[in-house]
Design a protein around this ligand. Sequence first.
Ligand code: TXA
Ligand code: MG
Length: 350
Amino acid sequence: METKCWSVDNDVDSEKNYPQIVEASQLLKEGEVIAFPTETVYGLGANAMSDAAVSKIFAAKGRPADNPLIVHISNMGQLELLTRDIPETAARLMAQFWPGPLTLILKKKPDAVSSLTTAGLDTVAVRMPDHPVALALIDAAGVPVAAPSANKSGKPSPTSASHVLADLDGLIAGVVDGGPTGVGVESTVLDCTAKVPVILRPGGLSKEDIERVIEHVEQDPALKHSEAAPKSPGMKYRHYAPSAPLFLADGDKEWIQELIDQKRDSGLKVGVLAPEESASFYNADAVAVCGSRADLKSVAHSLYHALRSFEEKNLDIIYAEVYPVQGVGAAIMNRLEKAAAHRKITKGKN
Ligand code: TXA
Ligand code: MG
């Protein structure tokens, strides 16, 4: 299949008809899958109501069928198609943070969307993305759009159209190129079906921000203990991983350089993922810079691009610095821990 690519300014006015968006939305309506930018990462969209369309998402990504998709909406009217049950806390969060990087798990209205979208669960994940291209595309399609991140399963999520094409060229009908995404990590997934909402996946909206609006919020215990079964099906899979094994290195840069030197002395090719404060210090086969430690949002913004930059460098091992688990740092460390399959070396401990 030929994958079409349409370029659009990321400040499109959703009231106007852009020919690229009209064409992309037409294909969505016809049951094709189309990748598009959101404020977090690129999504791979299909009509959430259609079994045939949604099954193409799973096929293109190589995604396990037990991993449900997030349904993207562009207006509150579409919410009524999906759920009848909006707890008061969820309503407050929507009012405060939508459009934005917050996905809410709500009770699903019977027959609301394709059962493939929800992997047969009686709940549905919903979010309203904060990106004019995403909103214009969903509006033009006129249906809720099921969309996981537009990467091959297991790879880092795409933060640019070129990442999407690297994984899915020839496998999908098209990609709308709205430039690089802003947030850089996926949305926060919050289960609102329990009395106290539970964070199933830390993401672009921090726990601290959520706590400013609702008093109590918990975290899925599986986020702390890798042996606990996660409530969000997708969280059990290895993810975000470059081809070479990644190790988290918790220590100062001089100690990390010693780790690198030892491996290089034994003939291995070594990569390192570091923020701009220390990147130029390292001597390695590949150094990927991801933002500034002084601004964790900048680290989130460039994390996946940095991880992808190791591809095709033929590395044997990659070391990554660690970050404080505060604000968006919780999402950064969650993704890095998964990319590392929880392999961590701590100075003075190993
Ligand atoms: O920022 C984002 O959330 C991006 C953009 C494209 O919107 N999307 C994204 O989708 O990251 P995906 O499929 O890569 O991750 C969705 C996560 C998975 O961990 C999935 O298991 C979980 O949400 N999820 C979806 N529906 C669920 C449900 N009903 N109950 C629990 N977890 C659910
Ligand atoms: Mg994903």
